[in-house]
Design a protein around this ligand. Structure first.
Ligand code: TXD
Length: 314
């Protein structure tokens, strides 16, 4: 019998539960959904399982408050933590979520020593760095989700501007998952046609800014939480690429060892994803302004890493 892949999703909140739902409905893997709140992961898992005959999947989903059941996972997705409220920056979440991530890594990683980790919790890039240090896994197995989401938002806004199908838009956003993220109109196309040939520069700049503010736009609308439909789609795309060893080239938060002039830091860059996580960090040619934007964004991440260092988290 072929062994089915196993994914642990930590955090049964909006992002975690929706991610779990997408994974089981696509039959990518069996899922263990973990949360500290008693009954929450069990209830959501049972509810999803009860949809299986209607949705036609036979992947198994279970819920747990502890980690025993998660042993030998191929992939661990961490979405646990606090989400932003209006007026909160991603950095406001820093210390609280650092505590949560450290605890989860210490419990989950020894039980699944070969797993890949996908971190989703904000502030994303610094939480991914913390996960690397706490897990002591090889850097290619520890990555963060942000670029797929930021690029998906950017693609949607470009599609709306042009009145074309989002299916035809391929757009890329690099850098940290924060206000200094770097949309790349020069590497964004509509079925191969560069967007710069289709949209005036001032409009492109306005769309770039909307992409940078994409997260807060949703926070301000929802008022009590942050985005989860597009984020869970983005996580699921990464899970599918890793488990299926597809080699998809996606922007992910990856550990840099000199690429783009950056070292010992996590930042959003294009990577080839497959079994074992990051197969290759792809260095694309950036304009001096784009490269400066990427380096500034990585500098912001470094500042947060330094804050965690000063409080002995790392
Ligand atoms: O692009 C991205 N990376 C992001 C990141 C896109 C969207 C959301 N992003 C961040 O994900 C967001 O800022 C938060 O830091 C996380 C989770 O967002 P979500 O919207 O799912 O938050 P919820 O609904 O509050 O869910 C969090 C759950 C909740 O059920 C808690 O009980 C649980 O996390 N939690 C824990 N589970 C397990 N273990 C521990 N220690 C724990 N602490 C809280």
């Amino acid at each position: 019998m072929i062994k089915r892949a196993k994914v642990t999703v930590v955090g049964a909140g909006f992002v975690g539960a929706t991610t779990a739902q997408r994974i089981v409905e696509k039959e990518l893997a069996d899922v263990v959904l973990v949360d500290v709140v008693e009954g929450l992961p069990q209830g959501k898992a049972l509810d999803m399982a009860e949809s299986s005959s209607v949705e036609q999947f036979d992947t198994v989903i279970t819920g747990a408050n502890q980690y025993e059941e998660t042993h030998d996972s191929d992939l661990i997705v961490i979405t646990a933590g606090l989400a932003r409220k209006p007026g909160m920056s991603r950095d406001d979440l820093l210390y609280k979520n650092a505590e949560i991530i450290s605890g989860i890594i210490t419990q989950a990683c020894p039980l699944s020593p070969k797993a890949c980790l996908i971190i989703v919790t904000n502030p994303l890039d610094v939480m991914t760095y913390l996960a690397l240090k706490k897990s002591r896994f090889e850097p290619n197995r520890v990555l963060g989700m942000a670029g797929v989401l930021d690029s998906a938002r950017y693609s949607y806004f470009l599609a709306q501007e042009l009145g074309v199908s989002p299916k035809d838009v391929r757009a890329m956003v690099l850098g940290g998952h924060g206000d200094s993220m770097v949309p790349l109109p020069n590497h964004s196309t509509v079925n191969g046609v560069p967007v710069a040939q289709l949209i005036r520069p001032e409009r492109i700049e306005a769309i770039n800014q909307r992409a940078r503010d994409g997260g807060i736009e949703i926070v301000n609308l929802l008022k009590t939480g942050s985005a989860f439909y597009a984020p869970s789609s983005a996580v699921c795309a990464m899970v599918e690429a890793i488990l299926g060893d597809t080699g998809r080239l996606l922007p992910c938060c990856a550990y840099l060892t000199g690429q783009y002039g950056l070292r010992d830091i996590y930042c959003g860059v294009p990577v080839k994803l497959g079994s074992g996580g990051v197969k290759e960090i792809v260095e694309i040619k950036l304009s001096p302004a784009e490269l400066a934007g990427l380096q500034k964004s990585a500098g912001d991440v470094k500042e947060n890493v330094a804050k965690l260092n000063s409080k002995q988290f790392i």
